[in-house]
Ligand binder design. Structure first.
Ligand code: SAH
Ligand code: AVI
Length: 329
């Protein structure tokens, strides 16, 4: 394809910091002054954070990506048919869209593929992904949205020819139950009859495997977690010393979720000039940076129903570590 044609087939809308960064500043100030302190996982994903996540997906201990790839590589044609051969694939939290190729190829082979809408908070990875995909799928139109999918969900375009809205990787598990309910309820309100959601969820399993997946000896996940402090240093002229915080990943069986934190290794004071904020950490104090919920089929079907969605498809890998499910209004 000539490069001009490829450029015309890609359009990326950016809706980040439309408030000049005031929302992020408010969020971080609230999180660092709360008791206990907490940061939202969406702040992990600067350019380095996105690269570190890609490395996580290749770790032996991190089975969710492998399991989801197994399902998509074997069942994408079936999923596309069950979703009514949609013309548009919307993907929330698309990242590198590595596994999404299976769905796009199944749509191409079905003859329905027209438009791909990647939606992600990380501009760099969304642009790279769009540029690669337009080369790989001649004729594909890409309408990327760089935004916070919780804030800007209603910007998702209407799809002529039906939509499949994929939310892969288990990222739904990074939302707290209330936020997840609001998010799915809003998503349900956007769906037209015939549109489908395709949701990736990690399943409940033994604690040892879960904790190993989030705290592997190689330390990539620790680096991914600590990188959020580097994001704050850059954004708010801060002086967090990453070496003085250690990665903690524990499974909370009552809440059925991984609980991921940074633990201060010393009594210390951190200054963020950009927020005119001084924050004290006691030795051993923990600050949560992410939760990652794990589901049973029954629990997930309850979550769907509460949001006004009807579960209508369930696909797992052979080991039943991970599930993809379809839902509609
Ligand atoms: N879907 C990919 C990537 C998962 S990592 C996979 O399965 O491998 C989570 C992705 O969601 C990252 O690319 C991150 O940038 C994006 N993300 C996280 N929070 C987000 C938010 N609030 N709004 C938009 N994108 C978000
Ligand atoms: C993006 N998300 C689904 C990952 C997860 O498994 O919750 C993020 C992650 N955090 C640590 N490792 C991977």
């Amino acid at each position: 394809m000539n490069p001009g044609a490829a450029a015309e087939a890609v359009e990326i809308e950016v809706h980040l910091r439309t408030d000049g960064g005031a929302g992020m500043a408010r969020d971080i100030r609230m999180g660092l002054t709360a008791k206990p302190k907490e940061l939202a996982p969406k702040y992990f994903y600067d350019e380095l954070g996105s690269q570190l996540f890609e490395q996580i997906t290749e770790l032996h201990e991190y089975y969710p990506t492998r399991a989801e790839r197994e399902i998509l590589s074997q069942r994408s044609a079936e999923i596309v048919a069950a979703a009514g051969s949609p013309g548009t694939l919307v993907e929330l939290g698309s990242g590198s869209a590595a596994k999404t190729r299976h769905l796009l190829s199944a749509m191409r082979d079905d003859g329905c593929l027209a438009t791909y809408v990647p939606v992600d908070i990380s501009e760099e990875i969304t642009r790279q992904t769009a540029e690669s995909l337009v080369e790989e799928y001649p004729g594909l139109t890409i309408r990327g949205l760089v935004c916070d999918f919780e804030h800007d969900l209603e910007r998702i375009p209407n799809g002529g020819g039906g939509r499949l809205v994929a939310f892969l990787g288990g990222t739904i598990g990074n939302l707290y139950p209330d936020a997840r309910h609001d998010f799915l309820t809003r998503l349900a309100a956007l769906l037209e009859p015939g549109d489908r959601i395709l949701l990736g969820t990690d399943l409940v399993k033994e604690t040892g495997r879960l904790e190993a997946a989030y705290d592997e000896p190689g330390g990539v996940t620790a680096e991914f977690n600590q990188n959020v402090l580097q994001v704050l240093n850059r954004e708010f002229d801060g002086d967090f010393d990453l070496e003085r915080f250690e990665h903690v990943a524990r499974y909370d069986g009552d809440a059925a979720r991984m609980d991921i934190r940074l633990r201060s290794l010393a009594d210390q004071t951190v200054r963020l000039d950009g927020l005119d904020l001084t924050v004290r950490f006691a030795a051993g104090e923990e600050m949560r940076t992410e939760i990652s919920s794990k589901f049973t089929r029954e629990a997930l079907e309850g979550v769907y129903r509460e949001a006004g969605l009807r579960p209508d498809g369930w696909f797992t890998d052979a080991a039943e570590d991970y599930a993809l499910s379809l839902a509609s209004v």
